[in-house]
Design a binder for this molecule. Structure first.
Ligand code: FUB
Length: 323
């Protein structure tokens, strides 16, 4: 291996399979990266996704492939759409939150539990969140300093539940809370709520400020600059945007575009991590050979925070240096 290869890893991170929906988790000196997996051969010319993958690194350059760590075969009540996951550790156990399509219709959020970050994960046997609509996708989990764990999720609405300490059930009394989808919170955009918020939320806290990063749909205008009625989002690709709040439950304040849609495919999906003193935005594009909206690949970009906690737009990039 040449010196250049040792110190720089070119995007996309995984070059042998199509991966999407990156979800990093840092444990000690290791960064684990959970992803979805776009199959090479499509069924019905749509997302064809059956399992979740895990990769790990200690330096952002050398990656270990842990293979398939959870799959639809492990979830008796699910039959399709192994979509965007996130993993969290609590009390030495690892919890992998995964959207899936139920055998009896609709999307819901499953949880796999393991003693190891690299699995195997065992399904808890039933959906964690199942509202009976299609909004229950793209879970993001964060445990606050006071021990309260939050699970946000949703497309087109952002919702959350308060996870109980067991991480596999939630406070039924509070139930599923719907965040007010306002332009002040999520910016002007063309998604169904009339804001830019689309899907793929990523929730975390830094220096006392809560961040919600998400895939977003810009306002669509015609060649004369006139707004085109929303409803047909297929004409634009998702960009990434973010909002912040001084409380874990909002109100959220829209802060701007984190990554433009330039060089992307229809979806994008953020995952943020601080690792060995560096900040990384994981995202996906269609840049592997054969890439498309259904054949995506996960990339990483290093970024910095401004002193006031804001983040400048992060360009899609060619790779990252070793740490
Ligand atoms: O990968 C399947 C779906 O597409 C994810 O759940 C969304 O975030 C979007 O990336």
């Amino acid at each position: 291996m040449s010196n250049t290869e040792k110190t720089f890893h070119t995007n996309p991170i995984m070059k042998n399979i199509y991966t999407a929906d990156p979800a990093p988790m840092v444990c000690g000196d290791t960064l684990y990266l959970y992803t979805t997996h776009d199959e090479d051969v499509l069924v019905n010319d749509f997302y064809t996704m059956y399992d979740w993958r895990c990769f790990s690194t200690k330096d952002m350059v050398n990656w270990t492939d842990h293979g398939r760590i959870f799959s639809l075969d492990d979830i008796e009540w699910a039959d399709d759409r192994a979509w965007a996951p996130q993993c969290a550790e609590r009390g030495g156990k690892y919890f992998l939150y995964c959207p899936v399509h139920k055998k009896n219709g609709g999307m819901a959020i499953a949880v796999g539990v393991s003693d190891s970050p690299t699995g195997p994960f065992r399904d808890i046997g039933h959906p964690l969140v199942d509202e009976g609509d299609w909004n229950d996708i793209d879970p993001t989990v964060f445990i606050d300093d006071d021990g309260q764990a939050y699970l946000y999720f949703g497309n087109p609405e952002l919702r959350y539940v308060l996870l109980n300490e067991d991480m596999v059930s939630y406070d039924e009394k509070t139930g599923v809370v719907k965040i007010p989808m306002t332009v002040e919170s999520f910016g002007n955009g063309s998604h169904d709520t009339g804001t830019s918020y689309g899907e793929g939320p990523w929730f975390y806290k830094r220096d006392g400020l809560y961040y919600m990063v998400y895939a977003a749909f810009a306002e669509v205008t015609d060649k004369n600059g006139v707004e085109v009625p929303r409803g047909d989002n297929a004409q634009i690709n998702e960009h990434l945007a973010y909002s912040t709040s001084t409380s874990p439950t909002g109100p959220w304040v829209y802060r701007g575009v984190l990554m433009t849609d330039e060089g992307g495919v229809f979806t994008n999906h953020p995952g943020i991590a601080e690792f060995k003193g560096h900040h990384y935005l994981f995202y996906h594009t269609g840049e592997l050979p054969g890439g498309s909206l259904f054949h995506r690949s996960v990339c990483a970009a290093e970024f910095t925070y401004n002193e006031d906690g804001s983040i400048d737009t992060v360009p899609k990039c060619s790779g990252v240096c070793a740490v």
